[in-house]
Design a protein around this ligand. Structure first.
Ligand code: C2E
Ligand code: MG
Ligand code: MG
Length: 637
């Protein structure tokens, strides 16, 4: 009897340590109107005989089924429980904490109690678990016992953070992996724990190289299957790490495992084997954190390392290194300086001429941005477009472009120079970050520019994201009297599908067709087919990247309407030279042949209006063409 009292006192001691803590007091207060016992479980384990029994301290809701289904030994019970918990990190540590032999060993070393906290997934819900144990020996039967106290304090933790009851909103619905929200709250804890132990935390960003093409080629459903497959592979290959799904084909793993390169290799081969018909490659970028860092910055650095090897065949991974630090600094500079670059005129509009295939004369310009920076010198769109999109600042550039183009056109008009249409590149995000249609309308009206002089270029990838909204936005532009052109046609898998679903006024044929014009005999046939098809649909055609006379002659022969490329001129700033270029290259005959003007420069429009004028909707859609100011549209000296 006395021994039992002593043992009970020891059990109480560990409980008291915990109970006396401020944290426990807060927890009890928190759970006072809830069922505290639903969140608790206590096991008494005979470590010597490998037996376990549940003591009468309550039983955690989530463990009830496992415990009541029966078990033959403590180890079997433990395996069942651990098998049900999807441990996100520290899997080894949790196992070792509960291991019977290790508990026995600790007892012999005089370590009678300890505690551990970890996060796990139970039935796709994240739970925050706190465990203590107390080891005692029973002189009567000569056995050593462990009292294991388990407490599920997730509701408390979540309430502390002002979040919802469960963590369901932190799971990605497609892959069931933690999402960015969960990553943001858990990764700092993993990093903190590792730092305490002097371990390096690796942030590994995974990205399927050709996922977009795969998605476009095989459809979103197949794309989703690939993502689920990759999610499972990552979860299996990195069992002791946090695996999260951020967006599309972007996954992040937070790991303190040592053999990550081998594991990246396994993932690479898993993905390569996924499809028989498609060469799929997954790339990894690794950022190693030894010190405290914002986990979003850590994941960004891993992504930057990953992006830096895009397109490099068979290069599977890259560590974030000093060279990439430079790139990051440059990107940060771009984000921090976009406003001042616009205000200080470091951002400028360059104009690249477009020539009519029929007349061989200038028929317009494409406006391309250039950043002439006092620190970095000349920056090309490749340096800043992506990063501005990533930071959702691209609308600032594009709004500036429209406004600068209109200003240039207004100046030319004032000087009596005949105007030609100018196309401007719009980003997918322009449609999300405000009402671009209304903005352009306002600027165009302010400068009293004819709507026919501003053409909107959008790329196919824009259409993939949110097709219904885009369709609406395109129609809105057209209803208000602007043409919408499809840029880089033919570089994606779904180009032809897109034509079925959207009404474009012009196809800009991607310059990749010009790249292998001489070497690939099929290219010419494909070009011919595209031009024929566009003609049948009443859409104009403009070939990009035309560099040789042979290419231009061929385009003329197959009936392509316009051409743009170094053969006619490289993008150039708005200056006297450019104005001279306009004057020299415009079509003087246009002046007299008013009726032909429309069909040369705006063949599509002319054809389309004849076809569609029957319906009132289309008359409205193309109404602006009836209001064309011939003096502005035609180019003459
Ligand atoms: P894009 O709209 O397809 O523009 C054509 C690109 O091809 C331009 O590159 C142009 O300089 C280049 N190019 C033109 N002719 C030839 C040629 O004969 N041979 C070769 N090799 N290249 C030629 P750039 O200016 O570097 O622009 C790249 C892309 O950046 C553009 O592709 C466009 O998508 C985007 N971009 C440029 N300025 C802006 C902007 O202000 N806003 C947005 N949202 N995107 C822009
Ligand atoms: Mg373009
Ligand atoms: Mg293009």
């Amino acid at each position: 009897m006395r021994k039992q009292v002593v043992r009970a006192k020891k059990v109480q001691k560990v409980m008291l340590n915990w109970i006396e803590s401020q944290r426990f007091q807060d927890i009890v207060k928190f759970y006072s109107d809830k069922n505290l016992l639903d969140h608790l479980a206590m096991f008494k384990v005979n470590l010597t005989n490998n037996e376990a029994m549940v003591e009468h301290l309550g039983c955690m809701r989530n463990l009830k089924n496992i415990i009541s289904s029966g078990y033959n030994s403590y180890e079997e019970l433990l395996n069942k429980i651990l098998g049900r918990l999807d441990l996100l990190s520290e899997r080894d540590e949790v196992r070792l904490f509960f291991d019977r032999r290790i508990l026995m060993h600790r007892f012999t070393q005089g370590q009678y109690n300890d505690e551990i906290e970890f996060i796990c997934l139970i039935n796709t819900v994240f739970r925050w678990i706190h465990c203590d144990y107390l080891l005692v020996d029973d002189k009567e039967d000569g056995c050593t016992y462990a009292y294991i106290f388990v407490f599920d304090m997730s509701d408390y933790i979540k309430a502390q953070e002002g979040k919802e009851d469960t963590l369901k909103n932190e799971l990605d619905s497609l892959t069931s992996l933690p999402n960015r929200v969960f990553y943001s709250s858990v990764a700092p804890m993993i990093l903190g724990e590792n730092m305490k132990k002097g371990k390096t935390t690796k942030f590994i960003h995974f990205d399927v190289e050709n996922f977009k093409e795969y998605n476009e080629k095989y459809g979103a459903k197949q794309g989703d299957e690939l993502l689920k497959y990759l999610a499972e592979a990552l979860d299996e290959v990195f069992p002791e790490s946090l695996v999260a799904h951020f967006a599309q084909d972007h996954f992040i793993v937070v790991s303190s495992e040592y053999n990550i390169i081998d594991k990246i290799d396994i993932i690479y081969h898993c993905v390569a084997l996924y499809s028989d018909s498609e060469k799929l490659e997954v790339k990894a970028g690794i950022y190693e954190a030894k010190e405290d860092i914002d986990v979003i910055i850590a994941s960004d650095r891993a992504k930057i390392a990953c992006d830096s090897i895009k397109g490099r065949y068979r290069e599977k991974y890259r560590f974030f290194d000093n060279e990439l630090v430079e790139i990051v600094n440059k990107q940060k500079y771009i984000v921090d300086n976009i406003d001042s670059a616009i205000a200080n005129k470091h951002l400028v509009v360059f104009y690249q001429p477009v020539f009519s295939a029929k007349t061989g004369k200038l028929s317009g310009f494409e406006a391309l941005s250039r950043w002439v920076d006092p620190v970095y010198g000349n920056l090309s769109p490749a340096d800043y477009i992506g990063i501005l999109e990533e930071y959702r600042l691209i609308h600032k550039l594009d709004k500036f472009m429209v406004s600068a183009i209109c200003e240039n056109l207004a100046n030319l008009k004032e000087e009596g120079v005949k105007l030609v249409p100018i196309s401007v590149n719009l980003s997918r995000l322009d449609f999300e970050l405000g009402d671009m249609v209304s903005y352009i309308d306002k600027v165009v009206q302010k400068h009293k520019i004819d709507k026919n002089l501003i053409k909107m270029e959008i790329t196919e990838s824009v259409l993939m994201e949110n097709p219904d909204d885009l369709k609406f936005q395109i129609e809105k532009f057209q209803t208000r009297g602007y043409e919408v052109w499809m840029d880089d046609f033919g570089c994606g898998y779904s180009s032809f599908n897109v034509l079925k679903d959207f009404d474009f006024n012009m196809l800009k044929i991607d310059m990749l067709f010009m790249k292998d014009f001489d070497t690939n005999p099929k290219t010419k046939k494909i070009l011919k087919a595209i031009v024929n098809m566009a003609e049948t649909l009443g859409i104009g055609t403009l070939a990009e990247g035309v560099e040789t006379k042979e290419q231009f002659d061929f385009l003329k022969k197959i009936g392509c309407n316009h051409a743009q490329g170094y053969l006619f001129g490289k993008p150039a700033p708005f200056d006297e030279k450019l104005i001279e270029f306009v004057k020299e290259n415009i079509d003087n005959k246009e002046k007299t042949k008013k009726s032909k003007r429309l069909s040369n420069n705006h063949r599509t429009v002319g054809r389309k209006s004849i076809k569609k004028n029957k319906s009132s909707k289309n008359t409205k859609l193309l109404g602006n063409h009836n209001n064309i100011n011939p003096d502005e549209l035609c180019i003459n000296v």
